[in-house]
Design a protein around this ligand. Structure first.
Ligand code: TTP
Ligand code: CA
Length: 364
């Protein structure tokens, strides 16, 4: 089999870095991006933090109140609410640059993608390294974002390599130095191996990838089941060879808001839906998109939720069409409604780019 050249690209401290791009004065301060819960005050968790905040031990998933305690001595620390729409916009722009530079492009998430570049670098890791540097430069110049790139002959090792030197890292693992790279690493770096598995290995006296190679596939299968056993066996030998598969982001635009009062009155809810549609439509216009599917989301006072969605005949970017459909969905959803509604949301999916003349009819 020919040697493939695969990139894994991962943005550094993504949500926090997005915030820094629109407010550069944040760069020198500890920045925590927070998912505030509905309960108010400081309840909720840290989504991510920049490196200035990480120095104080702030981590993703940590309660906001813990992070505030850790950063007590820094009165310049900033706690911002997540703004997913903004991060998606930035992500989309960066993904365009990556896609342009790939033979095969696989979207993984807002801040992460695999690129197969074998053909365009003719299987040459030196050329690959240049290409990666160009991509990094281009993303930095155009979007003001830093990322870390791992290069190897398979996805798994590239993912480990992109995480190896963060932030702003570039780690190349050629087939010749693969074992040298992998052997001393902690078992934990293998994607999918969590704390529990790591502890089990530790009890067996195994700490590094080199140690793991002592186990034969039968022992691994017995310990972890056949699928996981085979995965670990191949992962540590660099023989886990999933190909890069073409995949694009399935984007959606949405707006959700908490109502001024809980209610099940159609008239009141309808007015709110109409306003949310205007906001969603604003995002569509800004991004030059049409939608083909409309959905609404109702969160009831007991926090249970209801969703309705429908596919349209043709893609459109018309506000009227959006409002009409969302309102009909609301009527449907409210049939036999007994409890009041607390929050309402509208989303559009199945998005496509509005292109010049050819789709002008789609506006009507
Ligand atoms: P990660 O890539 O894990 O983290 P990161 O980009 O913030 O930091 P780095 O790559 O430099 O180590 O996750 C990407 C985004 O996903 C992150 O910016 C915020 C979000 N996220 C959460 O909301 N909760 C979490 O527990 C984690 C790990 C990430
Ligand atoms: Ca990241």
């Amino acid at each position: 089999m020919e040697t493939r050249v695969v990139f894994h690209i991962d943005f550094d401290y993504f949500y926090a870095q997005c915030e820094e791009t629109r407010s550069p004065e944040l760069k020198t301060k500890p920045v925590c991006v927070c998912v505030f819960s509905d309960r108010g005050g400081d309840s909720g968790a840290i989504a991510t933090a920049n490196y200035a905040a990480r120095k104080y031990g702030v981590k993703s998933g940590m309660p906001i109140s813990f992070a505030k305690k850790r950063l007590e001595g820094r009165n310049d620390a900033v706690f911002l609410p997540v703004d997913f729409d903004f991060y998606s916009e930035i992500s989309e722009k960066a993904m365009k640059i990556m896609k342009f530079n790939a033979d095969i492009f696989e979207y993984v998430g807002r801040d992460e993608a695999y690129l197969d570049v074998t053909k365009r670098v003719e299987g040459d890791f030196k050329k690959a390294s240049h290409l990666a540097q160009q991509i990094k430069n281009s993303i930095r110049e155009k979007i003001k974002l830093s990322c870390s790139i791992g290069i190897s002959s398979n996805k798994l090792i590239s993912k480990i390599a992109s995480d190896y030197r963060k932030p702003d890292g570039l780690t190349v693992v050629t087939p010749d130095n693969m074992n040298e790279f992998l052997n001393p690493l902690k078992i934990r770096v293998i994607p999918g191996i969590g704390k529990k598995t790591e502890e089990r290995f530790s009890e067996m006296g195994l700490e590094t990838i080199q140690d793991l190679k002592k186990l034969d596939v039968f022992t691994l299968n017995k310990e972890f089941g056949r699928k996981n056993g085979a995965y670990i066996y191949n992962a540590v030998r660099g023989t886990y060879n999933e190909p890069v598969k073409e995949r694009e982001a399935s984007i959606q635009y949405s707006k959700i808001s908490t109502l001024k009062k809980d209610s099940k009155d159609y008239q009141f809810l309808s007015e709110n839906i109409i306003d949310l549609c205007k906001e969603v439509h604003g995002i569509l216009l800004k991004n030059n998109r049409m939608f083909k599917s409309v959905g609404i989301h109702l969160i009831q006072s007991d926090l249970s939720s209801k969703s309705r969605s429908r596919m349209l005949k043709n893609p459109t970017s018309s506000l009227e069409e959006l409002q009409k459909n969302a309102d009909q969905l609301l009527r449907e959803a409210l049939e036999n409604q007994t409890i009041t509604i607390r929050r309402l949301g509208v989303k559009v999916t199945e998005l496509s780019e509005v292109q010049g003349q050819s789709s002008i009819t789609n506006y009507f």
